[in-house]
Design a protein. Structure first.
Length: 268
């Protein structure tokens, strides 16, 4: 789960952070300029935009100045809106001990949908209890419903809400359902990359709008996967030295210090 800033990922992150604030579609020339500030060359921007268009994330449209541009599809907007709650939500408000259980059955002749279901539930942060049985904190219900509906998978899934009654202690069960060692390592890698940026700011650093934009885009691109891999598990079920608490605090402060300054570079 090491941090990787691919051109396509950075474009999605840009739209999540700043693209929705544009008046109309984002011109291609603006995308090239803004991703260039994050060390993505123009050919990589154009090829990544083409892939996002094929996936239905971006739609071609004329920008306000009449030039070629791209806007978000309705599904992409829903995806980003769901992501806002996950990415910027208060990580101190974790699961309450109530769980969302997804039970699915897919006919053998449609087994490609079985793989799609598993991969999407994993991306949402579900842990695997048994074949066809996945679990997550109950607060993920709405986002799970949006995702399954968007992918036309609701006919294969039943969702249940409830508590864990046994027989292993819940903390032991959670350690089986999620790879807590890998999650902790991902949080530590985020801290290794981005905590030094925050320390420099705390010591009086005053970044230019371009520097703030670049640092924020990279921090957000590194952070936004973590609230999905670590879906807000109840704190009392996690190790006492869990690094996710510090990672969340570092991202929250970088967001507060950098986002608005970076916006001045996006729309000078």
């Amino acid at each position: 789960m090491a941090e990787q800033h691919t051109p396509r990922s950075l474009i999605v992150t840009f739209y999540g952070a700043y693209g929705r604030a544009f008046e109309g579609p984002v011109p291609v020339s603006a995308l090239v300029r803004l991703l260039g500030a994050a060390d993505v060359d123009a050919p990589s921007v154009r090829s990544s935009v083409s892939r996002l268009k094929r996936r239905g994330f971006l739609l071609p449209a004329r920008a306000a100045d009449g030039s070629a541009g791209y806007e978000l599809s309705d599904e992409a907007r829903q995806l980003l809106d769901d992501g806002d709650r996950r990415i910027y939500g208060d990580r101190a408000v974790r699961g309450t001990g109530e769980w969302l259980v997804a039970v699915f059955s897919v006919p053998e002749q449609e087994r490609h949908k079985r793989h799609l279901l598993r991969s999407r539930l994993a991306r949402l942060g579900f842990g695997a209890v048994a074949p066809g049985v996945w679990i997550a904190p109950a607060h993920l219900y709405e986002e799970t419903g949006h995702t399954l509906d968007r992918l036309h998978l609701t006919a294969y899934v039943e969702l249940f809400r409830g508590t864990h009654l046994g027989f292993a202690p819940t903390a032991e069960a959670v350690a089986r359902w999620w790879d807590l060692t890998a999650l902790a390592k991902a949080h530590e890698e985020f801290l290794d990359r981005h905590e030094p940026v925050l320390r420099a700011l705390q010591q009086g650093g005053s970044p230019t709008p371009e520097q703030a934009y670049r640092d924020y885009l990279r921090a957000l691109d590194g952070w936004r996967r973590l609230p999905y891999a670590d879906p807000g598990l109840p704190r009392d079920l996690l190790p006492s030295d869990w690094p996710g608490d510090r990672a969340a605090a570092v991202f929250a402060e970088l967001h507060a210090r950098l986002r608005d300054t970076g916006a001045r570079f996006v729309q000078p």
